[in-house]
Design a protein around this ligand. Structure first.
Ligand code: ADP
Length: 585
């Protein structure tokens, strides 16, 4: 978080303290100003001003501070530090690097009033200029590059609020983020570090219709419910249904350049898991550590509630910064329910009129403001970049009718509904194919047609139809049993079973099956369709359904997922299936 508040305005004094909410009197402040509260100087943000009374949400534990203590206004909005050093770092909700804080404190439990800059101020980065004296640059333009991590080149840009002008001096070599590397004729100086207020979207030229999928390597997502680069998705699911595993799979395998993972107040130990796990993970596309393209924002539920409220803004602002460099960024928020609960708690402390289930009336507006910042954009520097936003939702009791799920559903265009029953039956990923949807399907089809196969949409539709038919047939089976069904319907159930077991299920923990390229997703479907077509031909030729179902080759459909050399395997399997079925008549 920004350390350079220079314009210190008139101080006020604390009037009351109620958990994370403090009121102050006589404070000269504007909405969203950052203030330091009490003798200990706890960081807070102005959230309401009424006459002489200013209401502040405090990002740290407030016990022990009392009325009469001073409140100091920085006169600056809540901002993040942006620059090299964001990646491979774990932050708390107000961008304090956890490792730095731990070193300062000697314990993982953050003490109050401890602050640290968002990016290392002492580190020197090798700046390679991309402009020369005499060049004219505008806001957003790239003036140079530093190697931020082994995976990512960090583009140093003219800050969006600069006027721009002619370059009169340019440096090359090792510099800290606060040293000037480029000077302009109008006196503007460019450093590697910039600041941006978290509650304000960074400017762009245009939001475009996204037409490229964020390929996840997860069959059910890419195949049935794809998300676009720059798209929005929600993963609601009860405890234990696989939200975290799905988010991790996306963080690992989605073909985004940059991953921002916002762990928002999940149970303390779960977040610790993420903090412990992520640094161990390998980026499958480069072999480098995954953290080399990742920034983690971690707020466990034992951290103060207001920091939880701000963490998604910190995350999306960092995401926008890398988007401005022309990168595709995927932001994962786990879970937005905890974020909404933080809003609810603060709202109730403010004694605002509660809306549905005690959530503030502005819940829907806040959710949509957040997801609105996702998109596929033309940046101000002419590059294109994207922010995809994927939010986990943890509805109490898995009840999707609650306000956070419902309001999220109205905004996001991809919905991956996790299902407790499927998880219980160990069907993973336990994404319910009847309830889930993607509104990007049609606009992404041309990409899949060009890159994978011309009949990608038809194949998908075929699978969807078979699964729909199965759902209907299952109702009859419940009543009268499978054997009472006509033979063709029994066969449909068998085909649907392969779709479920081979295609929809995918083992995140199997070294090969964990990632399924779209080509393999497609070939798996064509294999099941070969079985379907040949089996119905056999049925028509008078072969009893039991004999058809029983052919030796069929169960191998369920082994495609774990094959590394899947093309050869699928070729052979298709001919075996065809041969064995044709030999029956
Ligand atoms: P949640 O975050 O919703 O509480 P988790 O993501 O922790 O649930 O998943 C619970 C368990 O379900 C995991 O520990 C794992 O055993 C299993 N699981 C979830 N998704 C998969 C998957 N794709 N493949 C294999 N196992 C899975």
């Amino acid at each position: 978080m920004s350390q350079t508040a220079q314009t210190v305005s008139e101080d006020g004094i604390i009037a009351s303290v109620s958990g994370p909410v403090v009121t102050a009197r006589d404070l000269d402040a504007r909405m969203n100003d950052v203030v330091y509260v009490g003798d200990e100087g706890l960081m807070g943000e102005v959230i309401e001003i009424e006459g002489d009374t200013t209401t502040i949400q405090v990002y740290e534990e407030t016990s022990g501070i009392s009325p009469g203590e001073p409140v100091e206004n920085t006169g600056e909005p809540l901002s993040v530090d942006l620059g090299p050093g964001l990646l491979d770092t774990i932050y708390d909700g107000v961008q304090r690097p956890l490792d730095v804080l731990e070193d300062k404190m000697g314990s993982p439990y953050l003490d109050r009033g401890v602050d640290a800059p968002g990016i290392e101020l002492d580190t020197e980065w090798e700046f390679e200029p991309e402009v020369e004296e005499g060049d004219v640059v505008e806001a957003g333009d790239v003036v140079g590059v530093v190697e931020e991590t082994i995976t990512i080149d960090h583009k140093v840009m003219v800050p969006p609020d600069y006027e721009g002008g002619e370059v009169v001096a340019v440096e090359s070599g090792s510099f800290t983020v606060e040293e000037t590397v480029v000077e302009l004729d109008n006196g503007e100086e460019i450093q590697m570090r910039q600041e941006w207020p978290v509650r304000e979207a960074r400017p762009t030229v245009e939001k475009k219709t996204p037409r490229t999928p964020l390929v996840s390597g997860q069959r059910i997502l890419d195949g049935l419910f794809p998300i676009a680069k720059g798209g929005t998705a929600a993963i609601p699911g009860p405890f234990g249904s696989g939200k975290t595993v799905t988010q991790h799979q996306l963080a690992k395998y989605a073909d985004a350049d940059i991953i921002i993972y916002v762990g928002c107040g999940e149970r303390g130990n779960e977040m610790t898991e993420v903090i412990d796990d992520f640094p161990e993970l390998e980026d499958p596309s480069t072999g480098n550590p995954l953290m080399a393209r990742t920034s983690l924002i971690a707020n466990t539920s034992n951290m103060p509630v207001a920091a939880r409220e701000s963490c998604v803004y910190t995350g999306i602002t960092i995401a926008e910064f890398y988007r401005d460099m022309g990168y595709d960024v995927a932001l994962m928020a786990d879970s937005t329910s905890r974020w909404a609960e933080a809003m609810r708690e603060i709202s109730s402390r403010l004694e605002e009129m509660p809306g549905e289930e005690g959530y503030p009336a502005y819940l829907a507006a806040r959710l949509s403001q957040f997801y609105e910042r996702a998109g596929y954009f033309e940046n101000v520097n002419g590059t294109e970049g994207s922010v995809s936003a994927i939010g986990a939702v943890s509805p109490p009791g898995g009840d999707f009718s609650e306000p956070v799920t419902q309001n999220t559903l109205r905004i996001v265009k991809t919905f991956w509904a996790l299902d407790a029953d499927l998880a219980e039956r160990r069907h993973f990923p336990s994404i319910n194919w009847n309830e889930s949807y993607s509104l990007y399907k049609d606009q992404l089809d041309p990409w899949f047609q060009d890159e994978v196969a011309d009949d990608w949409p038809e194949k998908r539709q075929w699978a969807v139809d078979v699964l729909d038919e199965e759902t209907e047939l299952q109702e009859i089976v419940q009543l009268v049993g499978k054997d009472a069904l006509p033979e063709d319907q029994q066969l449909t159930l068998e085909v649907a079973r392969y779709l479920r077991e081979a295609y929809l299920q995918q083992n995140a923990f199997h070294p090969v099956d964990t990632y399924c390229p779209p080509e393999k997703t497609y070939l798996m479907l064509t294999t099941i369709q070969t079985f379907n077509d040949e089996a119905f031909d056999a049925l028509e030729a008078g072969v009893p359904v039991d004999e058809i179902i029983d052919i030796d080759a069929a169960p191998n459909i369920n082994r495609i997922g774990v094959q590394e050399d899947y093309e050869a395997y699928v070729d052979e399997l298709k001919s075996e299936i065809t041969e064995q079925l044709r030999s029956l008549y």
